[in-house]
Design a protein around this ligand. Structure first.
Ligand code: ADP
Ligand code: MG
Length: 279
């Protein structure tokens, strides 16, 4: 049998298993950096929709926000991995996230044959936001208090929803929100089957200095026990996996978005890549 026929046969039981199920995909980091990877990502997501899955994208835009702030001569500062956000920073972040990153993803999906709709936490009151516990240090970085997925369910009937991780509080103040945290909450609120986090490393590494120390499977309890010791951008990702699984999601996956078509490999092949978190 040819390799491509084998690959198709291998995918079949997964296609059957996932039919009609919702998958929340956190898109960011490495998979966004190169043109070819952005195209691959769009192709993959469109294929998911064609084979009957219900993909929902949640994205951040860290590197783009930083580059626009620098172009505007603004100071870029981080506190424990979180962007220090005064009102001017939030204004730029929101403009870049919605006006550039979000619209670029939407237009790519459109071009690949599945119409998408972009929205932020403010649209349809998707996110109710309050200040972050470290707001004294980080300013307008928000914590999502509540997710109302009504708007997503409506959009997902016919379109691929693409959510930018920003929103406002009840008084209309805008906030930045960590996109991993947002994806975890959206996955839980939607009762998604899977949550997949695309990043720039192979997965959760037991020792961040050792690329060969990948944790390929872990339960929420194992992740919770170690969360305090995890640093950098991996911490909110693992936190989001815990939130998703505790909220009823079957499995959460952290995979390397710099590997072409990593999303398809994870979902439709026996091998499985990256870190899988389950209940
Ligand atoms: P993303 O855009 O995917 O959210 P982040 O930079 O926020 O990217 O998070 C991924 C980063 O987390 C990795 O590039 C790595 O530098 C960092 N990190 C910290 N601790 C770990 C760990 N234990 N395992 C893997 N990555 C880690
Ligand atoms: Mg991050």
């Amino acid at each position: 049998m040819s390799a491509s026929v084998e690959t198709l046969l291998e995918a079949l039981p997964y296609i059957r298993e996932f039919h009609g199920r919702t998958v929340v995909i956190k898109y960011g980091g490495a998979a966004m950096r190169e043109e070819r990877l952005r195209e691959d990502f769009a192709t993959d997501v469109v294929l998911l929709k064609y084979v009957g899955l219900n993909p929902v994208i949640v994205h951040g835009g860290g590197p783009d926000i930083t580059s626009y702030m620098e172009r505007l001569g603004m100071e870029v500062r981080f506190h424990e991995g979180v962007r220090v956000s005064d009102p001017a920073t939030v204004e730029v972040a929101k403009m870049v996230l919605l006006g550039k990153v979000n619209s670029d993803i939407v237009s790519r999906l459109n071009r690949h044959g599945q119409p998408a709709v972009g929205l932020s936490g403010e649209d349809g009151k998707l996110f109710e936001i309050g200040p972050h516990e470290q707001s004294a240090e980080v300013g307008f970085v928000g914590e999502i208090d509540r997710v109302d997925v009504d708007v997503l369910n409506h959009i997902a009937e016919d379109y691929i929803p693409v959510v930018a991780s920003a929103g406002a509080d009840a008084d209309g103040n805008s906030y930045n929100v960590n996109a991993d945290t947002a994806a975890g909450k959206v996955a839980a609120a939607l009762g998604a089957y899977k949550a997949v986090f695309l990043t720039d490393v192979t997965g959760w590494l037991a020792d961040p200095e050792r690329p060969d120390s990948l944790v390929s499977r872990a339960t929420v309890d194992e992740v919770s026990a170690k969360l305090e010791k995890v640093g950098g951008g991996m911490r909110p990702k693992l936190g989001a996996c815990i939130e998703a699984i505790r909220g009823g999601v079957e499995s959460a996956h952290i995979i390397d978005g710099s590997r072409p078509h990593s999303l398809l490999l994870e979902l439709f092949t026996d091998a499985g890549i990256g870190t899988m978190v389950t209940g």
